[in-house]
Ligand binder design. Structure first.
Ligand code: NAD
Length: 488
């Protein structure tokens, strides 16, 4: 993989960090080093921002059709090179190849979606209610953005920000996660190949993100921060954005309840739970974190779920037949194992999985826990691993109270065959997204995002581009005023 880009990308040029420092990227299935990447510092970041700042004015004036066509070419190129990207994602992030291919398809859709949204940026012209003025409302790009992405979806989390920024006419400094920088760097090369002008997208990889975000957020050339990652880091970045009143978008952590009602189709609920729990090995902000199951179906649901999860094939993501890869690193695995051990010590029962396997790589088996109670730590923290804790409820009221008893509010899932109940729950659950009889809500055409401590703003859908636009209003004197005043 040595011919892939591993340097910083500033103003259309690949270059090493000013300090000359580099850091290693590991394969989580083996722990082996697969690449060495430039380790940027503040000086590199400010050079990237300067390039973005210089490119902003001409890029903001570039016709939306031109921006749309760059995105469309990027969609075509990424789709054509799907296998190459999928293999790179698996190498640095660990997920099975089939899931990496699915992520590339999902990530590419943001390019296509926002290529279609770019020419639809619009405004309006209206008459003030008192008739005295005309009101012209238009949109313009926010300006240079800092985009910070996590490691769990190396391509999709990047395209979900880059595509709307391109569509809106914003320039960017992208800081990918240091655990998975290679996919973003390869995608940056692809964007340059399909004609993205120099300076529009600049990329800095680093092991010291605070050393980069501090000076960038304090710099008056930066106009926006879009962050996807954990809630604690998001909080710090919101605070750091306050001084300069930056526009911020925050896609933060989740603690998704997955509610199985007494009237649910239990087999469909099991299949939904398998997807909601096991997609990305549970390393997803939308992963089902707490399975809340009505007492009357709890035993059947839990037994069937344990049977389905114990059939997963654990192994390196590129090995034939693998359906569950390793966790991202040792720290993540220790956290997942600690949550399970803590729950078991507090009285939870392991139905499958539950212990760290021997051997290299950061593997953890699919695990189902019964007898979980709401006060256990595992029911209150984002697990980010293939562990399904099952909690039992007796009434709809209790299910709603349990589901909402979290500072997070990203997504909730509901399985029921009663339409009124489904609609009632979708109105009562405190979440930015609700899945009804489905374990998947992610869709480029949908507004993705959370309420409460799960974030601010939305990515995707018609809403996604608005995060990169500002609304400007022009007040115009009544055009008839001159005629009425007798001016020829
Ligand atoms: P993280 O918060 O540790 O890191 C996210 C990114 O922030 C990385 O690029 C990291 O280098 C950077 N970062 C860390 N400290 C920083 C600082 N002080 N200044 C600037 N940047 C900093 O999260 P993670 O472990 O990479 O990702 C997992 C988390 O992301 C989970 O909580 C998950 O729920 C969340 N997530 C949310 C969404 C969503 O759309 N809501 C999507 C994916 C992941």
């Amino acid at each position: 993989m040595t011919d892939r880009p591993t340097d910083l990308f500033v103003d259309g040029t690949w270059r090493p960090a000013a300090s000359g420092r580099r850091f290693d990227v590991h394969d989580p299935a083996t722990g082996e080093v697969i690449a060495s990447v430039a380790d940027a510092g503040a000086e590199d970041a400010l050079a990237a921002l300067e390039a973005a700042h210089r490119a902003q004015a001409p890029w903001g004036r570039t016709p939306t059709r031109v921006r749309a066509e760059i995105l469309r070419r990027a969609f075509d190129a990424l789709t054509a090179r799907s296998e190459e990207f999928a293999r790179l994602i698996t190498a640095e992030m660990g997920k099975p190849l089939a899931e990496s291919r699915a992520e590339v398809a999902y990530g590419a859709e943001f390019l296509r979606w926002f290529s279609e949204e770019a020419p639809r940026i619009s405004g309006r012209y209206l008459e003030a209610p008192d008739g005295a003025n005309r009101l012209l409302v238009r949109k313009r790009p926010v300006g240079p953005c800092l985009l910070i992405t996590p490691w769990n979806f190396p391509i999709a989390m990047a395209t979900r920000k880059i595509a709307p920024a391109i569509a809106a006419g914003c320039t960017m400094v992208l800081k990918p996660a240091d655990l998975t920088p290679l996919t973003s760097l390869l995608f940056t090369e692809l964007l340059a190949e399909v004609g993205l002008p120099d300076g529009v997208l600049n990329v800095v990889t680093t092991t010291d993100p605070a050393a980069i975000s501090g000076p960038l957020l304090a710099d008056e050339r930066l106009r926006k921060l879009s962050f996807t990652g954990s809630t604690p880091v998001g909080r710090r970045l919101i605070a750091a954005s306050a001084d300069r009143v930056l526009k911020v978008s925050m896609e933060l952590g989740g603690n998704a309840p997955f509610v199985v009602c007494a009237d649910a189709d239990v087999d469909a609920a099991v299949e939904g739970a398998v997807v909601a729990k096991m997609r990305n090995g549970g390393e997803a902000c939308v992963a089902a974190n707490r399975l809340l199951v009505h007492r009357s179906v709890a035993e059947e649901f839990t037994a069937k779920l344990a049977a389905r999860l114990s059939a997963f094939v654990v192994g390196p993501g590129d090995a034939p037949g693998t359906t569950l890869g390793p966790l991202i690193d040792e720290r993540s695995r220790a956290k997942v194992a600690g949550l399970v051990d803590d729950a078991v010590a507090a009285g939870a029962t392991v139905l499958t999985g539950g212990s760290v396997p021997e051997g290299p790589g950061w593997f953890y088996p699919p695990t189902v826990l019964a007898d979980v109670r709401p006060e256990m730590t595992i029911a209150n923290e984002e697990i980010f691993g293939p562990v399904a804790p099952v909690l039992v409820f007796d009434t709809e009221e209790e299910a709603v109270a349990l589901a909402n008893a979290s500072e997070f509010g990203l997504v909730s899932f509901v399985f029921t065959r009663d339409l009124d109940r489904a609609l009632r729950l979708s109105e009562r659950l405190e979440a930015g997204m609700i899945g009804i009889n489905t374990g998947v809500v992610s869709n480029p055409a949908a507004p993705f995002g959370g309420v409460k401590a799960s974030g601010l703003g939305r990515e995707g859908g018609a809403e996604g581009i608005e995060e990169y636009l500002e609304t400007i209003y022009v007040g115009i004197r009544d055009p008839y005023a001159t005629a009425e005043a007798g001016v020829a």
